[in-house]
Write a protein that binds this ligand. Structure first.
Ligand code: ADP
Ligand code: MG
Length: 619
């Protein structure tokens, strides 16, 4: 029998590697920016077209490459950054795997122009799908320009799975910001379809943060500084009262690269502990420096996940330094300085500590009867029939029992049951003789004909709101209220992109938002049943959920939005309800088309059949 094992051709191997390193245009952007930084550039320009799908161009004024290096740079495992295995443990540059350029060249049409300072002519190379198309001398500036066209042009399946331009551009913005936040002394600019998005001049870290996130962030930043023998933690955190519902500005950098680290994130959250509400996220920009030999950055091809040897020390240092910064700021009594190591801290001049204030609206009652509920639901067919019938006969347990025996088949889908079981029940019988009560302030329990009905009040609320706004989405007149004092919200570039993308859909759902430029938006109207005090935190929660939303884009965009809006408008907390409020909620729930399933697909209610109760108590 002949041998079966063959070595994969390089072009195939590169395509496979590309799948790991380059997932989307933003991954190529990240690699190219990092290479420019490693090359010592002080000025880096990024141009993209169609969110990088058509063009990604990075122009740097770094070291440039010799003719041979230029050609070599596209080979797999070709790197100038390590020479031997030991170098891996002292790596200070952003690259070292030598995979990025080989990967990009395997899945795009790439043009490279590069010249070293001490050479008169530069080199131009065109390479497509790993094949060199041309290589020739060229007159060009010192430094390097990479032009990457038509990413995934030769892998239609991958190209097909790219998200909309808006989504892909958001990813690019994220990568750009992450890189720019680590190198405030490098000038960066970003152009999207020839329009300037960022032009960041060089400065210090605080200035860079302000350039990226807007002036309003300046007064919100508290400096963090802690240095021990093992680790140094510097950077800024947001003041507690500026914590937002959207987790946008949370950045960890380790030895100059952006990292994700849930464990260290927890350390920050712990430090903020009681200073911010559970639903809010603290902002932070924290820069960790450790001995490179104590950190493993090699565990993931994109190098955003890292392992620290001294994870626990790091955790404690971060928690302590953040607490310390907060303590200096608020002199909060909850901070126990005695048990925390202290760090040198220099308070800014003219600095006056003050107590953080947290604004929550204790009066907010999502179950409050909406004024125009029936109007808002005009056109929806209430599904009262089964619901009414469930209550029927409670006064007469014998009758109920007989009924049950006649119809012992238990339908696992209550919605279906409602539709098919009974009809023509007199309205008056609905709530008679019924007692509703709450369990743990989370569930409403009612006695129904076949057993015990348990309703998850938050999920019920979500379903009700969802149907209200999605029925609007299906073309009904929107019931909206004009807010007395239009509210202004300042958003990061990424969040602004999302709002721009959704502005029409949001409008059709009752949110009229106008854009003032520079990330400032004004909210003029909101759906009529929404409390006006909640607008800003609502928008933040909405943005957060949209960013988290991984569901397929094939969903109708507005239905998806309606789902997210419902999740944010419904209360997240446990809540004591008056009997009338419970009745109101249940009434509205069963007026819904699909009362038993929440917009996110989870269960709203459950009926525990008498037989099950029998079993439960061992009969
Ligand atoms: P890595 O960065 O991991 O070494 P890459 O595939 O990203 O691997 O790059 C390969 C090599 O090409 C680098 O090691 C570097 O020597 C060279 N190179 C890439 N981009 C640039 C650039 N913008 N300027 C100068 N040299 C570069
Ligand atoms: Mg690289």
């Amino acid at each position: 029998m002949s041998d079966l094992i063959r070595l994969l051709p390089d072009s195939v191997a590169n395509q496979i590697a590309a799948g790991e390193v380059i997932q989307r245009p933003a991954s190529a952007v990240k690699e190219l920016l990092e290479n420019a930084i490693d090359a010592g550039a002080t000025h880096i320009k990024l141009l993209v077209k169609d969110a990088g799908k058509t063009l990604i161009q990075v122009i740097d004024n770094g070291s440039g490459m010799s003719e041979t290096d230029a050609r070599m740079s596209f080979e797999r495992h070709a790197t100038s950054k390590i020479r031997e295995a030991n170098d891996l443990f002292s790596i200070r540059t952003l690259g070292f795997r030598g995979e990025a350029l080989a990967s990009i060249a395997a899945i795009a049409q790439v043009e490279l122009k590069t010249r070293k300072a001490d050479e008169e002519v530069g080199t131009s190379i065109v390479i497509e799908a790993s094949k060199v198309k041309s290589q020739e001398p060229v007159a060009c500036q010192q430094g390097t320009t990479f032009i990457v066209k038509n990413l995934f042009y030769n892998i239609p399946a991958r190209r097909h799975f790219l998200k909309s331009d808006n989504v892909e551009f958001r990813h690019i913005l994220e990568e750009f910001q992450r890189v720019a936040l680590v190198h405030p002394t490098i000038e960066f600019s970003l152009f999207n379809n020839d329009k300037p998005v960022f032009q960041l001049s060089k400065g210090n870290l605080r200035q860079r943060i302000v350039h990226i996130f807007g002036n309003q962030i300046n007064e919100k930043l508290l400096p963090v500084e802690a240095k021990t023998e093992l680790v140094s933690v510097t950077g800024y955190i947001g003041k507690p009262e500026t914590a937002r519902k959207t987790r946008g500005e949370q950045y960890f950098f380790a030895n100059g690269r952006f990292i994700r680290h849930p464990y260290l994130h927890h350390a920050v959250e712990q430090a903020f502990d009681e200073l911010i509400p559970d639903s809010a996220f603290p902002s932070y920009f924290l820069y960790i420096e450790v001995d490179p030999s104590t950190v493993d950055i090699n565990i993931h091809p994109t190098k955003t996940e890292v392992n620290f040897q001294n994870g626990q020390v790091l955790y404690a240092s971060i928690r302590a330094s953040v607490k310390h910064a907060l303590g200096m700021f608020s002199l909060s009594p909850t901070i126990d300085f005695d048990t925390e190591p202290t760090f040198d801290f220099v308070a800014p001049k003219g600095y006056e500590p003050k107590e953080p204030t947290i604004t929550l609206n204790p009066d907010y009652n999502p179950f409050r009867k909406p004024q125009n509920f029936l109007k808002a639901n005009a056109g929806m067919t209430p599904n009262h029939t089964g619901w009414e019938k469930m209550y029927e006969g409670i006064a007469n347990q014998t009758a109920a029992k007989t009924d049950q025996e006649e119809n012992p088949e238990i339908n696992p889908n209550p919605a279906h049951q409602f539709e098919t079981e009974h009809a023509n029940v007199p309205e008056s019988s609905i709530y008679e003789a019924n007692k509703l009560f709450q369990v743990q302030n989370r569930f409403i329990v009612a006695n129904v004909k076949s057993g015990l009905l348990i309703v998850d009040q938050q999920k019920a609320n979500e379903r009700i709101i969802f149907e209200r706004i999605s029925s609007n989405a299906i073309g009904q007149a929107v019931t909206r209220q004009r807010v007395l004092f239009p509210q202004t919200i300042q958003l990061s570039a990424v969040d602004s992109e999302i709002i721009h993308e959704l502005i029409n859909d949001l409008d059709s759902l009752g949110f009229e938002i106008s854009t003032m430029g520079g990330g400032t938006f004004v909210i003029n109207t909101i759906p009529s049943n929404m409390p006006t005090g909640e607008i800003i935190s609502f928008i933040e929660g909405l943005l957060e959920d949209i960013k988290k939303d991984k569901s397929d884009s094939s969903d109708d965009q507005r239905i998806k939005l309606a789902r997210i809006i419902a999740g944010n408008m419904a209360v997240k907390t446990v809540k004591t309800l008056k009997v009338e409020e419970m009745q109101q909620l249940i009434d509205e729930l069963f007026a819904c088309h699909v009362p038993d399933v929440a917009p996110d697909g989870s269960r709203v209610l459950k009926i525990i059949q008498v037989q099950e109760i029998d079993k439960l108590i061992g009969k």
